[in-house]
Design a protein around this ligand. Structure first.
Ligand SMILES: Nc1ncnc2c1ncn2[C@@H]1O[C@H](COP(=O)(O)OP(=O)(O)OP(=O)(O)O)[C@@H](O)[C@H]1O
Length: 303
């Protein structure tokens, strides 16, 4: 059985503001599924509908085989939810927060300690500290423990690594891998494209619509063109020149480089460099580059 099945799910705010637009996807048991998209894409609304905190305006969704509208009580026992903001009681200590979440789910910290042990060990030295006084990375670990303490079968994590330092982000994904190994299904949202590669399947989402659902590798593989990276001393002038160059199919800034697709399947590097030089560009570096999830996302958005 699939952990989550979403069919044509929609949410409309204020009568005409469609935040989630007939979204469909499914999450396999025991996999990490990523909802990848920018702010305002509709990720939080999807999470809130799947965790029964918000009623859908169209379509259907099932979590662990239970309908999010009819069977909300069963779902609440089965899911763990780590919202993007305000999931902890800032004035309660680390251990008080954890005990509180265990109690509202009618269980104890001891009963499911094995699930959180590896994470909680890192928090134990601060167990009497108020949650509000923890670092970003520590808060995130405590929030994960609180979402896990009732032994959910499906875990929903809404942007758990936003605003967290790179080391803590990496550690967090290691923890998710361990939870996956314990057969917990995980749905996680993130605006960070590099985290997409750590998921088994991803849905790319923008303005409430799903642009693509597949494995990260398949999404990258289905990119239709070869991609090249070009750098020059004046990036602004380079981008302008590329936009006006009739050999260019597509170009956009990508870190310190511009990513470019050419009309010609085997572009003539010499000819391109000489054209760019003629336009006054200097220190030109041109090379073939690997397609990333971000490139795929940009392409899908343009389509
Ligand atoms: N209660 C609400 N009333 C009206 N509009 C809302 C409400 N909640 C969300 N929206 C709008 O719906 C759209 C999707 O919001 P949502 O929070 O689901 O997206 P998101 O991808 O989670 O983005 P973010 O990370 O910024 O929360 C946005 O345009 C948002 O402004």
């Amino acid at each position: 059985m699939e952990a989550v099945v979403v069919k044509g799910l929609s949410k409309v705010y204020d009568k005409d503001k469609t935040a989630v637009d007939a979204v469909s996807f499914s999450v396999n048991q025991g996999e990490i599924f990523g909802l990848i998209g920018p702010d305002g894409a509709g990720k939080t609304s999807i999470f809130r509908m799947l965790t029964t905190l918000l009623l859908p305006d169209g379509g259907s969704a099932a979590v662990d085989g239970f309908d999010v509208v009819k069977d909300y009580k069963q779902i609440r026992d089965r899911v763990g939810y780590m919202p993007g903001k305000f999931s902890l009681y800032q004035d309660l200590s680390v251990e008080e927060n954890l005990n509180f979440f265990a109690t509202i789910f009618n269980t104890t910290v001891e009963a499911n300690y094995h699930l959180i042990k590896d994470i909680y060990i890192q928090l134990e030295p601060f167990k009497t500290r108020r949650a509000g006084k923890l670092s970003g990375g520590m808060k995130q670990k405590l929030a994960l423990c609180c979402a896990l303490i009732h032994k959910p079968s499906v875990l929903f994590l809404d942007e758990p690594t936003t605003g967290v330092d790179p080391v803590s982000r990496k550690e967090f994904w290691e923890m998710l891998k361990q939870l996956k190994a314990q057969n917990i299904s995980i749905v996680v949202s993130t605006p960070y494209m590099d985290e997409a590669n750590l998921c088994d399947h991803i849905a790319l989402i923008q303005s409430g619509k799903i642009l693509s659902v597949d494995t990260p590798a398949n999404i990258v593989r289905s990119y239709p063109e070869e991609l090249y990276a070009i750098k020059a001393e004046n990036m602004h002038a380079l981008l302008k020149t590329l936009r006006q160059y009739d050999q260019v199919l597509d170009s956009y800034a990508f870190g310190e480089y511009a990513h470019v697709a050419f009309k010609d399947k085997q572009p003539d590097f010499k000819k391109i460099k000489s054209h760019l030089k003629q336009q006054g560009l200097t220190a030109i570096d041109l090379k073939k580059t690997e397609v990333t999830i971000e490139d795929s996302f940009i392409k899908l958005l343009k389509n």
